[in-house]
Design a protein around this ligand. Structure first.
Ligand code: FRU
Length: 350
């Protein structure tokens, strides 16, 4: 399958600009075991294939973003000590992701995941370990202020700053402060209008996550459980006022009304996106109060579903930076995520 070419009207006009994107969240070391059937407890089984690679929601999103033309990406992540992190960092740099915004801890292990990919049904079961303290508000400020003083963050267009800051929905207390701080700074310096702030709600049960709703321009809800998806989607479609609620993992309703009424209307862009695994993805727009759905591409076999949601987010960020309409962004990102699922890893997606 190839990505559909956006209609010319959806592509930004004028001179080409480079978009500066900062992604704040975790990188993991992923070990993926591809097995033919999910093991029973206490069973001993051989995997057919093993992949060891860099992962983490933020790490995956930024890796895909960095593949697009005229996009400069930074990752702000906390890792173990420099020694254990050096290969992760150099691999990111090789892939075009700037890492001067990363922070190193004293830990001798990086955040790690062991993932069982069941080839029979495409499920991916993740067991992760992370005892690395997340980025604090002070570190966030320091990295951004230091960077702008020393020009460690050298923007391609010198008058520009970040066009997009995407936060993984973790470390909520600090992230709330980061958003408030960058919002005030960007407003004071006159570039808030060209900055989009987004947050991802992969685990909506995380305490306090709702408190971020009114702070962001774009919200991503990520739904994985393939079986539950069809049911949730049907519910969503048949609801009398489907605009009020979007279902998130576990069927927990997210009150979009809060998102709508509280989201600053300055942001005419206020949008919520939600992915539904093989059922595609939906978007909800504040201005039109409409829910629109895009199907996923039919994927003959799920080769690697790890990071599909993260890829979807990258597709949306890229296309909205390039002034695609939200609907075209949704289509593009759904197709991109489908293509990712049909291949191993993230290479060659752009
Ligand atoms: C996939 C992923 C993996 C990582 C895990 C962390 O979305 O980011 O790469 O190990 O989730 O929760």
């Amino acid at each position: 399958h190839s990505l559909s070419t956006p209609p010319p009207s959806a592509v930004s006009k004028g001179s080409p600009v480079t978009n500066n994107i900062l992604v704040v969240g975790a990188i993991y070391q992923d070990t993926i075991l591809h097995v033919n059937g999910f093991p029973d407890e206490d069973e001993k089984r051989r995997a057919e294939k093993i992949d060891v690679r860099r992962g983490g929601n933020a790490g995956n999103t930024v890796e895909v973003l960095a593949q697009f033309p005229r996009i400069t990406t930074w990752l702000m992540s906390s890792l173990g000590n420099k020694k254990v992190s050096s290969s992760l960092i150099s691999d990111l740099e090789i892939h075009g992701v700037k890492t001067s915004t990363c922070v190193f801890r004293k830990k001798a292990v990086n955040p790690s995941s062991y993932i069982i990919h069941n080839k029979q049904n495409g499920s991916r079961t993740i067991i992760s370990y992370n005892d690395t303290d997340d980025i604090t508000i002070d570190e966030f400020k320091k990295k951004i202020e230091y960077a702008s003083i020393t020009k460690t963050i050298s923007f391609a267009d010198t008058s520009a700053t970040f066009n997009w800051i995407h936060f993984e929905g973790r470390n909520v207390e600090n992230v709330a402060k980061m958003i408030d701080w960058i919002d005030a700074k960007a407003s004071g310096e006159g570039w808030r209008g060209s900055l989009t702030i987004s947050v991802e709600f992969e685990k909506p049960d995380r305490e306090g996550l709702d408190s971020l709703l009114h702070k962001v321009d774009i919200l991503f809800g990520i739904e994985y459980g393939a079986r539950a998806n069809d049911i949730l989607l049907e519910d969503l479609k048949s609801m009398a006022r489907p605009l009020v609620i979007l279902f998130l993992p576990g069927g927990r309703p997210l009150l979009l009304q809060n998102f709508c009424t509280e989201t600053r209307v300055r942001s005419s862009l206020a949008i919520a996106f939600c992915t539904w695994g093989s059922s595609g993805a939906s978007l909800f727009t504040l201005t039109t109060k409409e829910i629109v759905h895009a199907s996923a591409l039919p994927v003959h076999q799920v080769i690697d579903g790890v990071g599909a949601g993260d890829t979807f987010i990258a597709g949306i960020i890229y296309t909205l930076c390039r002034s695609f309409t939200p609907l075209n962004a949704l289509k593009f990102a759904s197709e991109l995520a489908s293509r990712k699922v049909a291949q191993n890893g993230f290479h060659g997606l752009a």
